[in-house]
Design a protein around this ligand. Structure first.
Ligand code: 2NE
Length: 274
């Protein structure tokens, strides 16, 4: 891994690249609070996601937590002020974690959560919003919002129900208990469970396998799999892919060239896709 954390001045996360594997690794790095996130953390995650998305050498993004004790324990309760999470870094108390979820969904590259230890509360939602999850056998999953006076009524509820079903989603939220890696696998919350020592290797194996496949096919499939859940915004994402591909076609280019040459477009003279 090539460590780019200092280059971008990140304090709550680490950002690393593996150019040979075409993979970016984004990790929450607050082990003293089991990788709980505060506004600064979320904004750094948003920035790192942008960096990875825009980097042409990156084909897959790993989201993880530093250390083996916790992937992420959710929102940092120590900075929950009167009106929301407040670490002094934002003009108003706010945690832009729902924006991060939307960004992850819209990212055309696959995001793979590598979970060791606790994935709790907002941390659990982060792994659910990722496209794939590889869990270590010491992973523990659960929502604790109702215990601490919080909830996520966005993807944290609706996407969870799509993954595990309505009854199970209600159990996870209403009872707020914890589940083992094997239980998570059984209910389809994670893709694979491996011994802790193999977590990184297995995750890299999945990334390398993805990198062998067509990036356009993968980004269109991600948009398609998101589309019905994401309503108009989901259709737009899929439509954006269609427009991008159309721009590459002779027909698309003819429209642009004709306008620039101030002549009528000759669409019938170029190959069209039906
Ligand atoms: C994760 C868990 C179960 C681990 O328990 P344990 O006993 O192994 O560790 P301990 O002692 O609880 O934690 C170690 C240190 O980390 C801090 C603790 O306060 C403790 O600090 P010290 O006493 O050593 O000073 N810590 C752990 N999690 C923290 C957190 N989230 N915020 C601040 N400090 C934290 C256990 O630690 C646990 O249950 N953690 C809390 C999980 C939680 O309730 N998360 C918030 C859910 S709400 C949320 O995430 C959310 C949302 O619902 C909607 C939108 C956005 C966020």
């Amino acid at each position: 891994w090539v460590d780019h954390t200092a280059k971008y001045g990140f304090q709550d996360i680490t950002y690393k690249l593996s150019p040979e594997d075409g993979t970016a690794r984004i990790a929450i790095n607050r082990p003293e609070v089991h990788n709980a996130f505060r506004p600064i953390t979320v904004n750094e995650l948003r920035k790192a996601m942008d960096l990875a998305q825009d980097d042409p050498t990156v084909g897959a993004i790993i989201l993880t937590g530093e250390g083996t004790y916790a992937f992420c324990s959710g929102g940092d309760q120590a900075v929950r002020g009167e009106g929301g999470y407040d670490d002094g870094s934002e003009p108003v108390p706010r945690l832009r974690v729902l924006d991060l979820h939307v960004q992850m969904r819209r990212c055309p590259k696959p995001i793979i959560a590598a979970v060791a230890g606790y994935a709790i509360g907002g941390g659990h939602i982060l792994h659910m919003v990722a496209d794939l999850t590889i869990a270590a056998d010491n992973a523990v999953f659960g929502q604790t919002g109702p215990r601490v006076g919080s909830f996520d009524a966005g993807y944290g509820s609706s996407h969870m129900a799509r993954i595990v079903g309505q009854k199970k989603a209600r159990e996870i939220w209403f009872l707020s208990r914890f589940y083992s890696a094997q239980e998570a696998l059984d209910m389809g919350l994670v893709n694979k469970v491996v011994p802790l020592a193999q977590l990184e290797g297995e995750t890299m194996k999945w990334c390398r396998r993805i990198m062998e496949n067509s990036p356009t096919a993968i980004s269109c499939l991600k948009a398609a799999l998101n589309a019905d859940e994401d309503g108009q915004a989901g259709s737009m994402q899929l439509a954006g892919n269609a427009t991008r591909l159309f721009y590459l076609s002779e027909e698309g280019k003819e429209g642009r060239d004709a306008f620039l040459a101030k002549r009528p477009a000759r669409f019938r003279a170029v190959p069209t896709s039906k």
